[in-house]
Design a protein around this ligand. Structure first.
Ligand code: ADP
Ligand code: MG
Length: 337
C-alpha cells in the first residue's frame, strides 16, 4: 500500500479531530453515523462536514450506506493517526520507502529529525484473511466479531512488549522504540530475510545459532511459533536477527511441545532443502534438535523468572492473548477449509 504522507501536512487540526472522532465512534459502531461524529468532534459551524469531505478526498475515511449511512477509517486513516502521534512524540519526522510487505503488515523506513533511520511496522490483521475468517465465523456461528482495528492494535502492543523485553534480555531482535495504535517503531536491521539466501559460508554455525535461539527463548518460557526463514534476518557476516512476534506463546501453552517442534522442523527443512546443508547428516554437530522436555523443566537461567510472566506488566494481558490466539486459530481454520 502506498502511504502518501504529504497529505499529513495538508490536514488541519479540525481534520484530525474528526478523524479521531470516527476512531472513537468505531469502538462501538462498525459504521459511525455522521451525527455521532459531529457530536464527538464538537466542531461548530459545519466544521465536521467540511473535514469529512477533506478526509474522504484523501481516502482516510470510507463512506458506506449498505445497512445504514456512516463512516469508518481506512487503513490509511488509522496509519495517519498513529504516525501523527509518533511525530508529536518526536520519534519520527518523515516516512520513506516501503521495505517489507508481510502477510499482515506493511513496513516502512522512517526518519527522525537527526536523520536516523528506523523501521515502522503497521499491523494489518485481517488484510488477507478477513473474508475467509468472516465466512468461517458465520458458519461456526460464534465468536465475537472484533474489528481489524482492535486486532491490529493488540498485535502491535504484543509485538512491542515482546520485542522490548527480548531486547533488554540481550536477544538478537530489533530495538523496540515506540508503539501507538497498530504501529511499532523499531530499529532498522541491516540484513536480509534468510529466505533470500541460497548459499552460506558457515551453514552449520548459522544452523546452531537458530537452535540456540529457539532454546534460549524456551529458557525464558517462550516459543516464537513462526520461527522460519521469513522471520530471521541474516547479515553479510551471517549474524541473525529475529523479528515478528505477534504469535508468540508461553512454554506453558497446551500445545507447547508441538509448536516448539514445528519451529525446529521448519529450520531443519529450510537448511536441508534450500541451503543444501542437512543437519541430520552432519556428524560434527553437537546436537540436531534441542530437547523440549529439558528446556521445559529448566528454571529461567538468570533467576529473573520467565519472560511470559514479566510481560503481563506491559499492559498485554492474558485476555488479549486469548483474543489473538482465537483470531489466529480462525485464520488457520479458514485457510485449511
Ligand atoms: P509480517 O508479520 O507481516 O510477516 P515481519 O515483521 O515479518 O512482518 O516483516 C516483514 C518484512 O519486513 C521482513 O521480512 C523484512 O524484510 C522486513 N523487516 C521487518 N522488520 C524489519 C527491521 N526491523 N529491519 C529491517 N527489515 C525489517
Ligand atoms: Mg513475518
Amino acid at each position: 500500500m502506498k502511504l502518501d504522507v504529504n497529505a499529513l501536512r495538508y490536514l488541519s487540526k479540525d481534520d484530525f479531530r474528526v478523524l479521531t472522532a470516527v476512531e472513537m465512534g468505531q469502538k462501538n459502531h462498525e459504521l459511525v453515523p455522521i451525527e455521532l461524529i459531529d457530536s464527538i468532534s464538537g466542531l461548530k459551524h459545519g466544521g465536521t462536514f467540511k473535514s469529512i469531505k477533506t478526509l474522504m478526498r484523501h481516502k482516510l475515511l470510507h463512506h458506506d450506506s449498505k445497512y445504514y449511512e456512516g463512516y469508518r477509517l481506512t487503513y490509511m486513516g488509522y496509519d495517519f493517526l498513529a504516525i501523527r502521534t509518533l511525530v508529536s512524540r518526536g520519534h519520527i519526522s518523515g516516512v520513506g520507502r516501503q521495505i517489507g510487505v508481510g502477510k499482515e503488515s506493511d513496513i516502512f523506513e522512517v526518519t527522525n529529525d537527526d536523520g536516523e533511520v528506523f523501521a515502522l511496522k503497521l499491523h494489518r490483521l485481517g488484510r488477507t484473511s478477513f473474508r475467509a475468517v468472516k465466512s468461517k465465523r458465520d458458519y461456526l456461528g460464534r465468536r465475537q466479531n472484533y474489528s481489524w482495528l482492535y486486532l491490529s492494535r493488540l498485535a502491535a502492543l504484543k509485538e512491542y512488549a515482546f520485542m522490548k523485553a527480548l531486547y533488554e534480555h540481550g536477544f538478537p531482535v530489533p530495538q523496540a522504540i515506540d508503539n501507538n495504535r497498530h504501529a511499532v517503531l523499531m530499529g532498522l536491521v541491516n540484513a536480509r530475510p534468510m529466505v533470500q539466501i541460497r548459499t552460506m559460508a558457515h551453514p552449520a554455525r548459522v544452523y546452531l545459532s537458530c537452535m540456540e535461539l529457539i532454546s534460549r527463548l524456551a529458557g525464558k518460557g517462550l516459543i516464537h511459533c513462526d520461527f522460519n526463514e521469513f522471520n530471521l534476518l541474516i547479515s553479510e557476516d551471517e549474524e541473525l536477527t529475529l523479528i515478528d512476534f505477534p504469535q508468540m506463546v508461553s512454554m506453558t501453552h497446551a500445545n507447547a511441545e508441538e509448536l516448539f517442534s514445528r519451529d525446529v522442523e521448519c529450520i531443519i527443512r529450510f537448511f536441508s532443502k534450500k541451503i543444501g546443508y542437512v543437519p541430520e547428516q552432519d556428524s560434527n554437530l553437537p546436537y540436531v534438535r534441542p530437547v523440549f522436555a529439558e528446556l521445559a523443566s529448566a528454571p529461567a537461567a538468570d533467576g529473573e523468572g520467565a519472560l511470559d510472566v514479566a510481560l503481563e506488566a506491559s499492559g498485554f494481558q492474558r485476555q488479549h492473548q486469548k483474543v489473538l490466539e482465537d483470531y489466529q486459530l480462525e485464520v488457520a481454520a479458514a485457510n485449511d477449509s
